[in-house]
Ligand binder design. Structure first.
Ligand code: G3I
Length: 362
């Protein structure tokens, strides 16, 4: 059975590549695209951004962009477990609630990020001692309390974040990465997490969120196998989050193929969930931002938007940027300039690239 899957996957990969071949033999053959103007809000799919409470409190421009160009927000950090869970049955929803309220007041959807991620285990959980059943009980309680708290306000959730490694395997330990849930409960914790989230809010769309699809076919295969297993067990999973923390040295074909293959092989909704396109991936402290770098970044943004635009409508969950403007990006200190708005919230060439991706046929 696994072989059938591998064959299907390879066929999808071949199809995605061959469809592109006529126009994209290499990045050098990308055609000249006419200039376009407009707003991201005109796209046939949602754009969104990861937000933090500090710029939300302090910058009018930040809020204006969210209102004018975005239709969805994700809390960059405020909904991670250690930021919400302060002890057994003790929750601090202050920041997350403020973000959700801003979204509701401005007609934006909220995507929840993320229920379980090995990296954000609060200390009371790390120190917890109990049987497998007790571990399942605390996981269930956390998921259902949080999803229940936001029921009807958070439309979709990353239920599980980053459990697959570069070899395409679900792992307990990899270097300093340690997945305590997997260790204490076993792989079933993944399907249980989806089941419990669904019980708490049957209307919420549930995603598995992962990085590296654009450079690791094994990781893609791992995600695909996981989705298949969950579907076979009738576990409610509605989408795949493809983070896409990528950079201008990655070929645009890699970006497109990753999206097309994941959509064709899983048939689920595709969320490019944490998009940023770094121009300084080697963190050169002396680098200066040039027009050439901005142009490359524009082309990469265009190709991601085009790939999303080319998906069947029911699979276009949309594109979320990991931040709003360059100075609120997690990569800013590298230095880097990975987002479609600059430090002053002015639109960069990347913005026009995104418009071209869904407005121009090529
Ligand atoms: O808020 C505290 C502050 O009080 C403290 O003084 C400071 C000292 O280090 O830390 C601040 O918290 C930091 C937080 O970002 C807010 O800036 C954390 O240390 C830091 O670990 C945290 O990094 C976040 C990282 O996830 C880890 O959670 C990044 O902002 C966030 O962009 C990043 O996002 C992840 C996605 O959730 C999952 N996919 C990968 C992506 C990038 O790593």
């Amino acid at each position: 059975m696994k072989n059938v899957y591998i064959l299907t996957f390879l066929l999808c990969a071949w199809l995605a590549g061959s469809c592109q071949q006529e126009k994209f033999d290499s990045d050098n053959s990308i055609p000249v695209i006419p200039a376009v103007s407009g707003s991201l809000s005109e796209a046939p799919f949602p754009f969104g951004a990861a937000v933090n409470i500090s710029p939300l409190n302090s910058s009018d421009r930040y809020k204006e962009i969210l209102r004018s160009d975005m239709s969805r927000v994700t809390a960059e950090n405020a909904m991670k477990m250690n930021n919400i869970s302060k002890g057994h049955k003790q929750y601090d929803f202050t920041e997350a609630d403020k973000i959700v309220q801003f979204a509701i007041d401005n007609g934006l959807e909220v995507h929840g990020h993320t229920l379980l991620w090995y990296k954000h285990t609060p200390s009371w959980v790390s120190n917890f001692e109990g049987s497998r059943e007790q571990w399942i009980a605390i996981m269930k309680e956390y998921i259902q309390d949080v999803v229940g708290h936001f029921k009807g306000k958070v439309v979709s959730w990353d239920v599980i974040n980053e459990v697959i490694n570069d070899d395409g395997e679900v792992y307990i330990k990899d270097g300093d990465k340690y997945n305590i849930w997997l260790d204490k409960i076993g792989e079933e914790y993944i399907s249980l997490a989806f089941k419990y989230a669904h019980e708490a809010d049957p209307n919420a769309l549930l995603f598995y969120n992962e990085y590296g699809h654009e450079y690791s076919s094994q990781r893609r295969m791992g995600v695909n196998n996981l989705v298949k297993e969950l579907k076979e067990k009738n576990i409610p999973i509605h989408g795949v989050g493809m983070q896409m923390h990528t950079n201008i040295n990655r070929s645009t074909s890699d970006l497109r193929n990753a999206i097309m293959i994941m959509a064709a092989s899983t048939r689920l909704k595709i969320h490019v969930s944490e998009l940023d396109i770094a121009v300084n991936p080697s963190s050169n402290k002396e680098l200066e931002l040039t027009d050439e770098l901005l142009e490359k970044q524009q082309i990469h943004y265009r190709e991601v938007a085009k790939a999303m635009n080319d998906l069947p409508a029911d699979q276009q969950f949309g594109i979320t940027f990991w931040g709003v403007c360059d100075s609120n990006s997690w990569l800013y200190a590298n230095p880097d300039w990975p987002l479609p708005y600059d430090d002053t919230y002015a639109k960069k060439p990347a913005y026009e690239g995104l418009l071209q991706g869904f407005k121009v046929s090529y």
